[in-house]
Design a protein around this ligand. Structure first.
Ligand code: KIV
Ligand code: ZN
Length: 523
C-alpha cells in the first residue's frame, strides 16, 4: 500500500488503459491491454489504472486479468459514486497483490447539475460511497472530477469527507485542462494547509492537456505538495490527452537540480512502451513530441551537427540511451542475415519468437530488395505492419493505372474469408479508386474518419506509413500499414481497419466488448 513515508518520492499512476483508452479510436484488444500492463509493471509504474470494470465485460475481464498477473504495481479500477460500480470494481481488482478502487464524482456546479444533486446530497453520497469502497479494499482513491472549477469551500468540504471516510489518496483532476501552473501549485498547497487530515494522505494531480499545460501543471502540483502524478504513455487520452508519463518522468530526472523529487521509473524502457502504445492504440506519435518523437534527438542543421560532434552537451540535455534509444543507428541492407535482424530488434526493444522472426525476415528481405538501406524506423514500421488483426480480409494483388487528369483505375484482388474476389473501380486518384474497389469487394457503411500518410525515413525509396481510422455505428477502429508504395500501404491500412471492425462487431454481437457506459455518464 502507498504511504506518505518518502517525502521526495513521486508515485507514478498510469491511466493509459483507462483514460488513454477512452480516446476516440484508441481502443485496444484484450491481449494488447495485457501486454501494455505488463510493460508498465516492468518499467516501475507504481499504480496502473487498468480500466473501468462496470463499463463492459471486456473492461472487467481486462482489469481482472491484469490484477492477477501484475507483479509489482498496485492495480486500480475506476468506479463512479454508486455501490454497483464500486462492487464490480472490487470484484475485478480483488486478485491483485495490491488492489485499489478509484471512485469519483463531478463536484463543480456544472457537474453537480448532471445527477441533479444539491451540495448536501452530494456530500452524503461521497461519504457513503467512499466508506463502502473502504469496506471492500484497504486502498481507496477518491477524485472530485472538475476539481479545478469547483468552488473552493465546497472542494475543501468534500475532500475532508473523503479523507474521513477512509480514502488514502485524494486526486485533484483538472478534467477540462483549464488550470495554469501557478494555480495548480497553489490549489494543492492550500488544500494540504487547509483540510483537516490532509497530511495523512497522498495528494494526486490528474491534468488534461487542452491548453498544452498538462506537464507543467503536474510538475507545479508536485511543487505544491502532490506526490502522485496521473499520466499516460505518449499523453494519450480524451481530447488533447493527459499528462505524458515520459515528459514528467524525464523532467524530474533532468531538472532534479530545481525539482528535487524522484520516481522509480526505469527510463530506458520509455521508447519501447511508447512505440507499443502508438502501435496498438493506432495513434502515431507526433514527430516533434518531447522525449519520444522521431525528431526529439535528431540534429539536422549543420551548425547543430557540428556542435554535437564537438560536444554532445552543446545541444543535448539528456542522452538518447536514457530513454531507451540505441545510440547507433546503423542501417541494415539486403545482405544482412537473420542474426543481424534479431540483434537490431533487441536494440529496439522488441522481443519476438522464432516464428515471428521468420515471417518478419521474409518481409525484411522483400523491403531490402526494394530499398538500399533499411533504417531503424523501417524495421519498426515492418513490426507494426505485421501485427494485423485476425484476417477475414486479405489483399492478394493490386494494380493501379493513373491518368493525367487525376483519374485512376484500381484493379484489386482480395481474399474474403478464404474466397478470392476481385473488382475494378475508378476514382479521383489512386487511393480513392483503391478504397472504392475494397468497398465493392467488401460492402460496408464504415465512414473514413482519418487518412494519414507519413514517410518513415528519408529518400524517394522511403517507406510510407499509412493510418486509417473508420467509424461504424459508434465503433471506431484504426488500421496501419507500411510499404515503399503509398497506395499499397493505404490499401493494407484500410483492410486492416476493416478486419478490426469485423472483430469488434463480432464481440459486440456476443455482448463481449460493448461499452455500455462512459465515465461521463454520472446518473
Ligand atoms: O479527467 C478526469 O476528471 C478523470 C476522472 C475520472 C479522474 O479522468
Ligand atoms: Zn481524465
Amino acid at each position: 500500500m502507498t504511504t506518505a513515508s518518502d517525502k521526495d518520492r513521486v508515485w507514478i499512476f498510469d491511466t493509459t488503459l483507462r483514460d488513454g483508452e477512452q480516446s476516440p479510436g484508441a481502443t485496444m484488444t484484450h491481449d494488447e491491454k495485457l501486454e501494455i500492463a505488463g510493460l508498465l509493471d516492468d518499467m516501475g509504474v507504481d499504480i496502473i489504472e487498468a480500466g473501468f470494470p462496470i463499463a463492459s465485460e471486456g473492461d472487467f475481464r481486462a482489469v481482472s486479468e491484469i490484477a492477477e498477473r501484475s507483479k509489482n504495481s498496485v492495480i486500480c479500477g475506476l468506479a463512479r459514486a454508486n455501490f454497483k460500480d464500486i462492487d464490480r470494481c472490487a470484484e475485478a481488482v480483488r486478485h491483485a497483490a495490491q488492489p485499489r478502487i478509484h471512485t469519483f464524482i463531478g463536484t463543480s456546479e456544472l457537474h453537480r447539475a448532471i445527477p441533479n444533486l444539491t451540495m448536501d446530497e452530494m456530500a452524503d453520497k461521497i461519504h457513503e460511497t467512499v466508506t463502502h469502497a473502504r469496506n471492500l479494499v484497504d486502498n481507496v482513491q477518491w477524485s472530485p472530477m472538475d476539481a479545478t472549477r469547483t468552488e473552493w469551500d465546497y472542494l475543501c468540504r468534500v475532500v475532508e469527507i473523503a479523507i474521513k471516510a477512509g480514502a488514502s489518496t485524494i486526486n485533484i483532476p483538472d478534467t477540462v485542462g483549464y488550470t495554469a501552473p501557478a494555480e495548480s501549485a497553489d490549489l494543492i498547497k492550500r488544500l494540504i494547509e487547509t483540510v483537516p487530515g490532509a497530511d495523512e494522505v497522498i495528494f494526486a494531480t490528474h491534468c488534461h492537456n487542452d491548453l498544452g499545460m498538462a506537464t507543467a501543471n503536474s510538475l507545479a502540483a508536485v511543487a505544491g505538495g502532490a506526490r502522485q502524478i496521473e499520466c499516460t504513455i505518449n499523453g494519450l487520452g480524451e481530447r488533447a490527452g493527459n499528462t505524458a508519463l515520459e515528459e514528467v518522468v524525464m523532467a524530474l530526472k533532468v531538472r532534479n537540480d530545481i525539482m528535487p523529487w524522484h520516481t522509480k521509473i526505469d527510463t530506458q524502457k520509455i521508447m519501447h512502451i511508447s512505440r507499443r502504445v502508438a502501435t496498438v492504440a493506432g495513434f502515431p506519435v507526433q514527430y516533434n513530441k518531447a522525449i519520444v518523437g522521431k525528431n526529439a534527438f535528431a540534429h539536422e542543421s549543420g551548425i547543430h551537427q557540428d556542435g554535437m560532434l564537438k560536444n554532445k552537451e552543446t545541444f543535448e540535455i539528456m542522452r538518447p540511451e536514457d530513454v531507451g534509444l540505441s545510440g547507433t543507428a546503423l542501417p541494415l541492407g539486403k545482405h544482412s542475415g537473420r542474426a543481424a535482424l534479431r540483434d537490431k530488434l533487441d536494440q529496439l526493444g522488441f522481443e519476438i519468437g522464432d516464428n515471428q522472426l521468420k515471417d518478419l525476415f521474409v518481409r525484411f528481405k522483400d523491403l531490402a530488395d526494394r530499398k538500399k538501406e533499411v533504417f531503424d524506423d523501417d524495421i519498426i514500421a515492418l513490426m507494426r505492419a505485421g501485427e494485423d488483426a485476425d484476417d477475414h480480409l486479405q489483399l492478394v494483388s493490386m494494380k493501379v493505372v493513373c491518368g493525367t487528369g487525376g483519374q485512376a483505375e484500381s484493379i484489386l484482388e482480395m481474399e474474403v474469408d478464404g474466397a478470392d474476389v476481385s473488382a475494378v473501380e475508378n476514382g479521383d486518384g489512386p487511393v480513392d479508386a483503391t478504397f472504392k474497389a475494397i468497398r465493392k469487394i467488401y460492402p460496408n457503411s464504415a465512414r473514413l474518419q482519418l487518412y494519414q500518410v507519413h514517410a518513415v525515413t528519408e529518400g524517394t525509396d522511403a517507406q510510407a506509413t499509412v493510418s486509417v481510422r473508420l467509424e461504424e455505428d459508434g465503433i471506431i477502429t484504426t488500421g496501419e500499414s507500411a510499404d515503399t508504395d503509398t497506395v499499397v500501404a493505404s490499401a493494407r491500412a484500410y483492410i486492416n481497419a476493416l478486419n478490426r471492425l469485423i472483430i469488434r462487431r463480432g464481440k459486440m454481437g456476443e455482448g463481449a466488448d460493448a461499452r455500455e457506459i462512459s465515465y461521463k455518464d454520472l446518473a
